[in-house]
Design a protein around this ligand. Structure first.
Ligand code: NDP
Length: 291
């Protein structure tokens, strides 16, 4: 990875993620100043070569580039609002998880304060930072992304999505939406087989390769959705996709049917509207138009 080790960077927030981000910067040779609200969290980073700032203001003054990785939108404002004057003329990279509207609000706040703003969505857990597979989404100032791309690359693959500061958050949350529904599906399956004496671990060993191979269907669904024609030949029809057997088997095992019911309702709305012979991808229309 190419890095610009000459950048003075400050990291505000040394929770699990902030510490991982700061550690990667120190490891790449950046002059890194760190700050955390509660004391003690900077010790390991200082031992690696970071400088600990006594106050958030001190940290902001030490960095041309200021990275904030705090709990949420409210904590970012709590820390940065009193420091707007100090931040003026610097670049702020906010990788705190926020909603798209909160990211846009922060970008507007930064613009008023004369601060260049880049929002980030981290698609990784702290242990992945600086390793292959870590991905971070960015939106906001294109100039900031281009200027600091080598430094940001220390954390993982950076993808710039556009000037609208809310885009990184939107894509982050869209990807997490897919993840959580998949996780719920896996756990539903584990609950189905549990009464037979199967452990969740045994089920995971079967589910992981199965679900991985099924992701191949995304591209096929995407082609149908983007083409706008759900009648394309060769698709599994909505009628064929009826989940009645899965629901009956789940009830038979004495477990909740909520996870599968949700998908069945999306299918049913399209069948009831007369689209039963069309492809499964059509359930996106149920999602686009809330029932
Ligand atoms: P932690 O709970 O480990 O750390 C939270 C950090 O926020 C701490 O440094 C805490 O300081 C600080 N903080 C909270 N409230 C305030 C406040 N009012 N004023 C000042 N500082 C405050 O969380 P993570 O490090 O795991 O997460 C940080 C951000 O990164 C979150 O937005 C999270 O969604 C995001 N993220 C995390 C991932 C993960 O896997 N951990 C993955 C992707 C994104 P103190 O030590 O004093 O409490």
């Amino acid at each position: 990875m190419k890095t610009d080790s000459g950048v003075q960077v400050s990291v505000l927030g040394l929770g699990a993620m902030g510490s991982a981000l700061a550690g990667a910067l120190v490891g790449a040779g950046h002059e890194t100043t760190v700050w955390n609200r509660s004391p003690g969290k900077a010790d390991d980073l200082v031992a690696q070569g970071a400088r600990a700032a006594a106050t958030a203001g001190d940290a902001v003054r030490s960095g041309r580039l200021v990275v904030v990785c705090l709990l949420d939108h409210g904590s970012v404002h709590e820390v940065l609002d009193p420091l707007a004057g100090e931040l003026a003329g610097r670049t702020l990279v906010n990788v705190t998880t926020t909603t798209p509207d909160q990211s846009r609000e922060m970008a507007a706040w930064a613009a008023r304060a004369g601060v260049e703003y880049l929002d980030g969505g981290i698609m990784a857990v702290p242990q992945m930072i600086g390793r292959p597979g870590a991905s971070i989404l960015y939106s906001g100032s294109a100039e900031a992304f281009e200027r600091y791309e080598p430094l940001l690359g220390v954390w993982g693959t950076g993808t710039y999505l556009g000037e609208d500061a809310g885009l990184a958050s939107l894509y982050d949350l869209a990807l997490l939406a897919g993840m959580y529904v998949m996780f719920a599906g896996f756990l539903h399956g584990a609950a189905m087989v549990a009464p037979t004496g199967a452990t969740a671990g045994e089920f995971a060993a079967m589910a992981a390769p199965w679900l991985s191979s099924m992701t191949g269907a995304f591209e096929e669904f995407a082609a149908v959705v983007d083409g706008g024609d759900y009648t394309v030949e060769g698709q599994q029809s909505l009628v064929f996709s009826d989940l009645g057997d899965i629901l009956a088997a789940s009830s038979g095992q004495g477990i909740s049917t909520e996870v599968v019911d949700m998908v069945q309702r999306l299918i049913r709305r399209q069948i009831d509207a007369g689209h039963g012979e069309e492809g499964f991808a059509r359930i996106i229309e149920s999602i686009r138009q809330p029932g």
